[in-house]
Design a protein around this ligand. Structure first.
Ligand code: CAA
Length: 283
């Protein structure tokens, strides 16, 4: 199947990045969110990130302008219905994602493929709530989307080989590299990455190190581009906690117990960069 139009649900850091890369690769993008402010902020972020790519010589001015012209926004979810592909990139809560797919249901074109950018939730379960589990897949981008090379592809139990082939080819067409994961809690990247971050938070909680020493240790001692606490703030502490809970519930193993300090920070509303406070202060 040929994909020409891509609908993106959710204009947060993942959604605006996904809109950015598809528009830059020549696809018409329709981006939706529940608030006009979120859509305005997303457009401003996309402009800023494209400008950054222009200033580094990665993108030329004409391509930047063409990409921006290909992105339309709407607050009406139903407008996305006729898209060839719809990627849901809403908050990492199963009830929210299910509600979006249910609301989209009556408006979908017969051949529309549905995808979720979920970083941990069962694709099989999300797909089972739609009328097209064979045309449903997990397509998991990494943050920051314009920079990170990987896209995880996750087949639900009913995903058809045609849907997988279409989306695998699409990932290559937008210049990314696909990696397949089976449909188990948090897939591959987050099964490994988020427990590492959780362990870093335990290291802080138990006083083994402080924020600076823990991050310095992994940056200089293991060549990570960001320390684990800096990365947690970058991902969002609420997202890290949501993924740990999916691992803990789904695999029923105490080794995935979320660190109490992570829980406390989320309860305080200290979610990292997006709230200007997490393990670091961004004010
Ligand atoms: N849009 C476009 N370009 C961007 C960008 C953005 N949002 N952010 C950074 N860049 C570009 C810069 O322009 C720069 O480009 P050049 O190499 O062409 O010069 C490059 O990225 C590096 O940026 P900087 O020099 O500003 O900063 P840096 O060297 O410190 O790199 C980083 C920033 C790329 C974010 C790097 O710190 C990094 O790789 N961090 C780790 C990110 C990571 O692990 N992401 C995965 C998170 S987990 C996830 O996403 C899964 C999940 O479900 C939770």
């Amino acid at each position: 199947m040929q994909i020409r139009t891509v609908g993106v649900v959710g204009a947060g850091q993942m959604g605006n990045g996904i809109a950015h890369v598809f528009a830059l690769a020549g696809y018409d993008v329709l981006l939706t969110d529940v608030s006009a402010e979120a859509l305005d902020a997303a457009r401003a972020t996309i402009e800023k990130n494209l400008e950054r790519q222009v200033s580094r010589g990665k993108v030329n001015g004409d391509d930047r302008d063409a990409a921006l012209a290909r992105i339309r926004t709407t607050m009406t979810l139903a407008d996305l219905g006729p898209s060839d592909l719809i990627i849901e990139a809403a908050t990492e809560r199963e009830t929210v994602k299910q509600a979006i797919f249910e609301d989209l249901g009556p408006h979908l074109g017969p051949d529309t493929i549905l995808a979720s950018n979920t970083s941990s939730i069962s694709i099989t379960r999300l797909a089972s709530r739609t009328d097209r589990p064979e045309r449903f897949m997990g397509v998991h981008f990494m943050n920051p989307v314009p920079v990170m090379q990987l896209v995880e592809l996750i087949r639900g139990i009913a995903t058809s080989p045609e849907t997988y082939a279409t989306l695998h080819e699409l990932v290559e067409k937008i210049g990314k590299t696909a990696s397949s994961s089976e449909d188990f809690p948090a897939f591959i990247v987050n099964r490994i990455l988020i427990p590492m971050i959780n362990e870093a938070i335990y290291t802080l909680y138990e006083g083994v190190g402080n924020v600076a020493s823990i991050d310095r240790a992994l940056k200089l001692g293991a060549n990570h581009p960001m320390g684990p606490l800096e990365l947690a703030d970058f991902i969002g502490l609420d997202t890290c906690l949501a993924i740990m809970n999916v691992l803990h519930d789904g695999l029923a193993d105490t080794k995935y117990r979320p660190c109490p300090l992570l829980v406390k920070y989320v309860e305080a509303g200290w979610l990292g960069r997006k709230t200007r406070r997490g393990f670091y202060d961004y004010t």
